[in-house]
Design a protein around this ligand. Structure first.
Ligand SMILES: CC(C)(COP(=O)(O)OP(=O)(O)OC[C@H]1O[C@@H](n2cnc3c(N)ncnc32)[C@H](O)[C@@H]1OP(=O)(O)O)[C@@H](O)C(=O)NCCC(=O)NCCS
Length: 241
Protein backbone atom coordinates (compact mmCIF):
# COMPACT_ATOMS: atom_id res chain seq x y z
CA UNK A 1 0.00 0.00 0.00
CA UNK A 2 1.28 3.50 -0.78
CA UNK A 3 0.20 6.99 0.31
CA UNK A 4 1.78 10.33 -0.48
CA UNK A 5 3.90 11.69 2.43
CA UNK A 6 2.18 14.65 4.09
CA UNK A 7 5.50 16.58 4.28
CA UNK A 8 8.49 17.14 1.97
CA UNK A 9 11.05 14.34 2.60
CA UNK A 10 14.83 14.21 2.15
CA UNK A 11 14.79 10.61 0.86
CA UNK A 12 12.06 8.50 -0.69
CA UNK A 13 13.27 5.02 0.17
CA UNK A 14 14.61 3.29 3.27
CA UNK A 15 16.66 0.11 2.85
CA UNK A 16 15.81 -2.51 5.51
CA UNK A 17 18.18 -5.32 6.41
CA UNK A 18 16.28 -8.63 6.51
CA UNK A 19 17.88 -9.31 9.91
CA UNK A 20 15.85 -6.40 11.22
CA UNK A 21 12.68 -7.88 9.72
CA UNK A 22 13.58 -11.25 11.24
CA UNK A 23 13.83 -9.68 14.66
CA UNK A 24 10.26 -8.51 14.25
CA UNK A 25 8.91 -11.76 12.84
CA UNK A 26 10.47 -13.95 15.55
CA UNK A 27 8.92 -13.39 18.95
CA UNK A 28 11.35 -12.90 21.83
CA UNK A 29 11.73 -16.38 23.33
CA UNK A 30 10.69 -17.37 26.84
CA UNK A 31 13.18 -19.26 28.97
CA UNK A 32 12.20 -22.90 28.44
CA UNK A 33 13.36 -25.55 30.91
CA UNK A 34 15.13 -28.63 29.57
CA UNK A 35 13.32 -31.96 29.46
CA UNK A 36 15.32 -34.38 31.62
CA UNK A 37 15.35 -37.60 29.59
CA UNK A 38 13.04 -40.33 30.89
CA UNK A 39 12.21 -43.97 30.29
CA UNK A 40 9.20 -46.23 30.74
CA UNK A 41 8.25 -49.80 29.87
CA UNK A 42 5.85 -50.27 26.96
CA UNK A 43 3.01 -52.80 26.90
CA UNK A 44 5.17 -55.28 24.96
CA UNK A 45 8.04 -55.03 27.46
CA UNK A 46 10.31 -52.77 25.37
CA UNK A 47 11.84 -49.71 27.04
CA UNK A 48 10.72 -46.38 25.63
CA UNK A 49 13.35 -43.65 25.99
CA UNK A 50 11.93 -40.11 25.83
CA UNK A 51 14.27 -37.24 25.02
CA UNK A 52 14.13 -33.75 23.52
CA UNK A 53 14.43 -33.44 19.78
CA UNK A 54 17.87 -32.51 18.43
CA UNK A 55 18.55 -30.53 15.29
CA UNK A 56 20.20 -33.55 13.62
CA UNK A 57 16.93 -35.55 14.05
CA UNK A 58 14.98 -33.08 11.94
CA UNK A 59 15.99 -34.02 8.34
CA UNK A 60 15.30 -37.79 8.79
CA UNK A 61 12.16 -37.03 10.79
CA UNK A 62 10.79 -34.79 8.04
CA UNK A 63 11.55 -37.51 5.47
CA UNK A 64 9.60 -40.03 7.54
CA UNK A 65 6.68 -37.64 8.10
CA UNK A 66 6.38 -37.26 4.31
CA UNK A 67 5.46 -40.94 4.28
CA UNK A 68 3.20 -40.71 7.35
CA UNK A 69 1.17 -37.85 5.87
CA UNK A 70 0.14 -40.19 3.02
CA UNK A 71 -1.36 -42.80 5.37
CA UNK A 72 -5.11 -42.36 4.93
CA UNK A 73 -6.00 -44.22 8.10
CA UNK A 74 -6.84 -43.31 11.69
CA UNK A 75 -6.09 -39.61 10.98
CA UNK A 76 -2.35 -40.24 10.49
CA UNK A 77 -2.49 -38.08 7.32
CA UNK A 78 -3.90 -34.90 8.86
CA UNK A 79 -1.80 -35.24 12.01
CA UNK A 80 1.29 -36.17 9.96
CA UNK A 81 1.03 -33.13 7.71
CA UNK A 82 0.48 -30.79 10.65
CA UNK A 83 3.41 -32.30 12.57
CA UNK A 84 5.59 -31.90 9.45
CA UNK A 85 4.85 -28.16 9.57
CA UNK A 86 5.53 -27.98 13.30
CA UNK A 87 8.88 -29.78 12.98
CA UNK A 88 9.89 -27.60 10.02
CA UNK A 89 8.91 -24.53 12.02
CA UNK A 90 11.61 -25.42 14.57
CA UNK A 91 14.39 -24.82 12.05
CA UNK A 92 12.62 -22.00 10.20
CA UNK A 93 11.94 -20.40 13.60
CA UNK A 94 8.27 -19.89 12.95
CA UNK A 95 6.84 -21.27 16.18
CA UNK A 96 6.70 -19.60 19.56
CA UNK A 97 8.42 -21.41 22.45
CA UNK A 98 8.03 -25.02 21.33
CA UNK A 99 8.84 -28.21 23.20
CA UNK A 100 9.24 -31.42 21.23
CA UNK A 101 9.81 -34.89 22.63
CA UNK A 102 10.78 -38.05 20.77
CA UNK A 103 10.15 -41.58 22.05
CA UNK A 104 12.76 -44.11 20.94
CA UNK A 105 13.28 -47.84 21.27
CA UNK A 106 16.84 -48.88 20.51
CA UNK A 107 17.26 -45.59 18.66
CA UNK A 108 14.20 -46.08 16.44
CA UNK A 109 11.42 -43.51 16.47
CA UNK A 110 8.31 -44.94 18.14
CA UNK A 111 6.55 -41.86 19.51
CA UNK A 112 6.31 -38.09 19.11
CA UNK A 113 4.77 -35.36 21.28
CA UNK A 114 4.96 -31.58 21.11
CA UNK A 115 3.46 -28.40 22.44
CA UNK A 116 4.30 -24.77 22.95
CA UNK A 117 4.09 -22.08 25.59
CA UNK A 118 1.34 -19.57 24.78
CA UNK A 119 2.41 -17.36 27.68
CA UNK A 120 3.62 -17.96 31.22
CA UNK A 121 0.22 -19.33 32.30
CA UNK A 122 -1.05 -21.33 29.32
CA UNK A 123 0.69 -24.11 27.40
CA UNK A 124 -0.78 -25.52 24.20
CA UNK A 125 -0.68 -29.20 23.34
CA UNK A 126 -0.03 -29.69 19.62
CA UNK A 127 0.33 -33.36 18.62
CA UNK A 128 1.05 -36.87 19.83
CA UNK A 129 1.88 -39.72 17.46
CA UNK A 130 2.57 -43.43 17.91
CA UNK A 131 4.62 -45.08 15.14
CA UNK A 132 4.59 -48.53 16.71
CA UNK A 133 1.00 -49.58 17.16
CA UNK A 134 -0.90 -51.41 19.88
CA UNK A 135 1.82 -50.90 22.48
CA UNK A 136 0.30 -47.69 23.92
CA UNK A 137 3.37 -45.71 22.85
CA UNK A 138 1.22 -42.59 22.51
CA UNK A 139 0.11 -42.59 26.17
CA UNK A 140 3.47 -41.94 27.88
CA UNK A 141 4.33 -39.44 25.14
CA UNK A 142 1.21 -37.36 25.86
CA UNK A 143 1.78 -37.75 29.60
CA UNK A 144 5.43 -36.65 29.25
CA UNK A 145 4.55 -33.39 27.49
CA UNK A 146 1.74 -32.71 29.97
CA UNK A 147 4.23 -33.28 32.78
CA UNK A 148 6.63 -30.89 31.05
CA UNK A 149 3.96 -28.18 30.70
CA UNK A 150 2.50 -28.37 34.20
CA UNK A 151 5.48 -29.48 36.29
CA UNK A 152 8.56 -28.08 34.58
CA UNK A 153 7.35 -25.11 32.56
CA UNK A 154 5.00 -24.08 35.35
CA UNK A 155 1.91 -23.45 33.21
CA UNK A 156 -1.38 -23.07 35.06
CA UNK A 157 -3.44 -24.54 32.19
CA UNK A 158 -2.74 -27.06 29.45
CA UNK A 159 -4.94 -26.76 26.34
CA UNK A 160 -5.39 -29.76 24.02
CA UNK A 161 -7.71 -30.78 21.24
CA UNK A 162 -8.22 -34.15 19.59
CA UNK A 163 -8.25 -34.96 15.91
CA UNK A 164 -8.72 -38.71 16.27
CA UNK A 165 -10.78 -41.17 18.29
CA UNK A 166 -7.67 -42.80 19.76
CA UNK A 167 -6.27 -39.40 20.73
CA UNK A 168 -9.53 -38.42 22.43
CA UNK A 169 -9.67 -41.71 24.31
CA UNK A 170 -6.00 -41.59 25.36
CA UNK A 171 -6.13 -38.10 26.84
CA UNK A 172 -9.58 -36.50 26.64
CA UNK A 173 -11.44 -39.43 28.16
CA UNK A 174 -8.75 -41.10 30.26
CA UNK A 175 -7.61 -37.83 31.83
CA UNK A 176 -11.25 -36.71 32.23
CA UNK A 177 -10.55 -33.36 30.60
CA UNK A 178 -13.38 -30.78 30.54
CA UNK A 179 -13.85 -28.40 27.60
CA UNK A 180 -13.96 -24.62 27.33
CA UNK A 181 -17.18 -23.08 25.94
CA UNK A 182 -17.24 -23.43 22.12
CA UNK A 183 -17.19 -21.50 19.76
CA UNK A 184 -16.09 -18.72 22.14
CA UNK A 185 -12.82 -20.58 22.76
CA UNK A 186 -11.19 -22.43 19.86
CA UNK A 187 -7.99 -24.45 19.74
CA UNK A 188 -5.39 -23.25 17.25
CA UNK A 189 -5.57 -26.65 15.53
CA UNK A 190 -8.50 -26.03 13.23
CA UNK A 191 -10.73 -24.19 15.69
CA UNK A 192 -11.88 -27.34 17.47
CA UNK A 193 -12.95 -27.55 21.11
CA UNK A 194 -10.33 -26.87 23.75
CA UNK A 195 -9.96 -29.67 26.28
CA UNK A 196 -7.96 -28.51 29.26
CA UNK A 197 -6.23 -29.48 32.45
CA UNK A 198 -5.54 -27.06 35.24
CA UNK A 199 -2.55 -27.46 37.54
CA UNK A 200 -5.10 -28.03 40.35
CA UNK A 201 -6.75 -30.94 38.48
CA UNK A 202 -3.32 -32.35 37.70
CA UNK A 203 -2.22 -32.18 41.32
CA UNK A 204 -5.57 -33.54 42.51
CA UNK A 205 -5.23 -36.78 40.56
CA UNK A 206 -4.35 -36.63 36.87
CA UNK A 207 -0.69 -36.75 37.83
CA UNK A 208 -1.32 -40.41 38.72
CA UNK A 209 -2.45 -41.20 35.16
CA UNK A 210 0.85 -42.77 34.21
CA UNK A 211 0.82 -45.16 37.14
CA UNK A 212 -2.88 -45.95 36.77
CA UNK A 213 -3.13 -46.29 33.00
CA UNK A 214 0.34 -47.50 32.08
CA UNK A 215 1.28 -49.31 35.26
CA UNK A 216 4.37 -47.31 36.15
CA UNK A 217 5.60 -43.73 36.40
CA UNK A 218 8.10 -42.11 34.08
CA UNK A 219 11.57 -42.97 35.32
CA UNK A 220 13.88 -39.96 35.15
CA UNK A 221 16.91 -41.99 36.20
CA UNK A 222 17.80 -43.20 32.74
CA UNK A 223 20.44 -45.89 32.81
CA UNK A 224 23.63 -45.71 30.75
CA UNK A 225 22.55 -48.90 29.03
CA UNK A 226 19.29 -47.31 27.76
CA UNK A 227 21.08 -44.09 26.81
CA UNK A 228 23.65 -46.09 24.88
CA UNK A 229 21.00 -48.22 23.15
CA UNK A 230 19.38 -44.99 21.89
CA UNK A 231 22.54 -43.10 20.97
CA UNK A 232 21.96 -43.33 17.22
CA UNK A 233 18.60 -41.98 16.05
CA UNK A 234 16.81 -43.60 13.15
CA UNK A 235 13.33 -43.53 11.66
CA UNK A 236 11.37 -46.63 10.61
CA UNK A 237 12.01 -47.74 7.01
CA UNK A 238 8.33 -47.71 6.11
CA UNK A 239 5.19 -46.08 7.42
CA UNK A 240 3.12 -49.23 7.89
CA UNK A 241 0.76 -47.92 10.53
C1 LIG B 1 -3.58 -41.19 19.08
C2 LIG B 1 -2.37 -42.07 19.27
C3 LIG B 1 -1.14 -41.23 19.61
C4 LIG B 1 -2.71 -43.01 20.44
O1 LIG B 1 -1.57 -43.75 20.78
P1 LIG B 1 -1.64 -45.34 21.02
O2 LIG B 1 -2.78 -45.67 21.89
O3 LIG B 1 -0.28 -45.74 21.43
O4 LIG B 1 -1.93 -45.78 19.53
P2 LIG B 1 -2.49 -47.01 18.69
O5 LIG B 1 -3.04 -46.39 17.46
O6 LIG B 1 -1.42 -48.03 18.53
O7 LIG B 1 -3.64 -47.67 19.56
C5 LIG B 1 -4.86 -47.04 19.81
C6 LIG B 1 -6.00 -48.01 19.72
O8 LIG B 1 -6.20 -48.26 18.35
C7 LIG B 1 -6.66 -49.58 18.18
N1 LIG B 1 -5.82 -50.27 17.19
C8 LIG B 1 -4.58 -49.90 16.78
N2 LIG B 1 -4.16 -50.75 15.85
C9 LIG B 1 -5.14 -51.66 15.67
C10 LIG B 1 -5.31 -52.78 14.84
N3 LIG B 1 -4.35 -53.16 13.99
N4 LIG B 1 -6.45 -53.46 14.92
C11 LIG B 1 -7.41 -53.13 15.78
N5 LIG B 1 -7.31 -52.05 16.60
C12 LIG B 1 -6.20 -51.35 16.54
C13 LIG B 1 -6.65 -50.25 19.50
O9 LIG B 1 -7.97 -50.19 20.00
C14 LIG B 1 -5.77 -49.39 20.34
O10 LIG B 1 -6.19 -49.40 21.65
P3 LIG B 1 -5.63 -50.47 22.72
O11 LIG B 1 -4.29 -49.95 23.16
O12 LIG B 1 -6.60 -50.43 23.84
O13 LIG B 1 -5.51 -51.80 22.06
C15 LIG B 1 -2.09 -42.92 18.00
O14 LIG B 1 -3.25 -43.67 17.69
C16 LIG B 1 -1.73 -42.08 16.78
O15 LIG B 1 -0.57 -41.72 16.60
N6 LIG B 1 -2.73 -41.76 15.94
C17 LIG B 1 -2.53 -40.96 14.75
C18 LIG B 1 -2.21 -39.53 15.10
C19 LIG B 1 -3.20 -38.97 16.07
O16 LIG B 1 -4.40 -39.14 15.93
N7 LIG B 1 -2.66 -38.29 17.07
C20 LIG B 1 -3.44 -37.68 18.12
C21 LIG B 1 -4.05 -36.44 17.63
S1 LIG B 1 -5.29 -35.96 18.75
Amino acid sequence: MRLEPPTPVSFEEIKVNVREIEALLQAPPMKMPKWPEAMITLKDGRTLYIREIQESDIPPLLGYLEKVMKVEKDFYDIVGVRVYGEVLSLVRKRIKDPFTLLGLVDGELVGFANGRAFDKDIAISLHTMAFSRRVRAGWPMYYAKTYYALELLGAKEWWSTFESYSGWRMAGLEMAQPTKPWPQFQHELGGARIYYLTKEAWDAGVKDYCKQMIGEDLNFNVTDEVRKANAVFRVPDTAEL
